[in-house]
Ligand binder design. Structure first.
Ligand SMILES: C[S@@+](CC[C@H](N)C(=O)[O-])C[C@H]1O[C@@H](n2cnc3c(N)ncnc32)[C@H](O)[C@@H]1O
Length: 263
């Protein structure tokens, strides 16, 4: 099992940069479409990160709707507060997904994008999701399976070792393909599962690959898993591969539409 990531300010800002990229915006749009919330809905954003998710959901909600957003990271909440402070129908709070500070059946809809893969105590967190949704309420849960990652470099052995070391950044790097039985075990019905591939064929600040590269380097070096020299050589390799026009990065993530059955 890996050690769960607690974000430093630098790591939170790196995540924020990743979430500004076109593929991250596109996946949030896909999540909102599949969540299909209604204007008056009370929506919970679990693990809201730097706040793009609640800000964009709130735009689509009417005066009587509300978005509650929680995260356990102070660094992330600071960014989310900056992003959401001018919106009256968002409430942000620090909370843990395994002990949600809300009443039973409180929400019409909920969303958790790349959150449960970070949670050791997954079944408790999913039981909390089931508890706070009203009967008939819907949620979108979205997670990665890092086994799906294809990333070309000249030295494939080195990139393999670095990505393997990065898998320790969360306790469940393969959750995306393993969620359904966990959801059913807490009484949630899985309505729909679909893949969302993030494909980059270049390496620049508009790409997910570029920011993931930076985040991986920060993580593996500061946690002492890979030396600075090896990580720098890896980045040089990816940049040379890109100079030749040969970048190929593909990561597949999985979106689950779920419902709490009517009693
Ligand atoms: C990869 S980010 C995703 C952020 C956001 N869902 C998005 O897609 O824009 C994962 C977030 O989950 C949060 N998180 C991880 N474990 C959590 C937990 N047990 N309770 C609440 N938040 C958690 C992290 O602090 C981080 O902000």
């Amino acid at each position: 099992m890996g050690d769960t990531l607690e974000y430093t300010d630098e790591e939170a800002q790196q995540e924020e940069s990743t979430f500004k990229t076109p593929p991250a915006r596109a996946r949030r749009q896909l999540v909102r479409e599949r969540l299909d919330f209604q204007p008056d809905d009370n929506v919970l954003s679990i693990g809201c990160g730097p706040g793009f998710e609640p800000a964009e959901i709130a735009e689509g909600i009417g005066q009587n709707g509300h978005v509650h957003a929680i995260d356990q990271s102070e660094a992330m909440l600071t960014l989310a507060e900056q992003r959401c402070s001018s919106t009256s129908n968002i409430t942000l709070s620090r909370a843990d997904a395994v002990a949600l500070p809300f009443a039973d059946d409180a929400f019409d809809a909920a969303v958790a994008v790349q959150v449960y893969e970070y949670i050791e105590n997954l079944d408790t967190a999913l039981a909390e999701l089931a508890r706070i949704l009203r009967p008939g309420g819907r949620a979108v849960v979205y997670d990665t399976d890092f086994d799906s990652l294809i990333w070309h470099a000249t030295d494939q052995e080195r990139i393999g070792a670095i990505c393997e070391a990065f898998n320790d950044h969360c306790p469940r790097p393969h959750l995306g393909s393993q969620l359904a039985p966990h959801l059913r075990n807490v009484g949630l019905a899985v309505e729909w599962v679909e893949p969302n591939s993030i494909l980059n064929t270049r390496l620049d600040e508009e790409t997910f690959a570029y920011h993931l590269m930076e985040a991986i380097k920060t993580y593996v070096v500061t946690r002492g898993k890979i030396t600075e020299d090896v990580a720098t050589a890896w980045i040089d390799d990816l940049q040379e591969t890109d100079d030749l026009g040969n970048t190929f990065f593909n990561l597949t993530q999985y979106l689950y539409v779920i419902q709490k059955p009517n009693e």
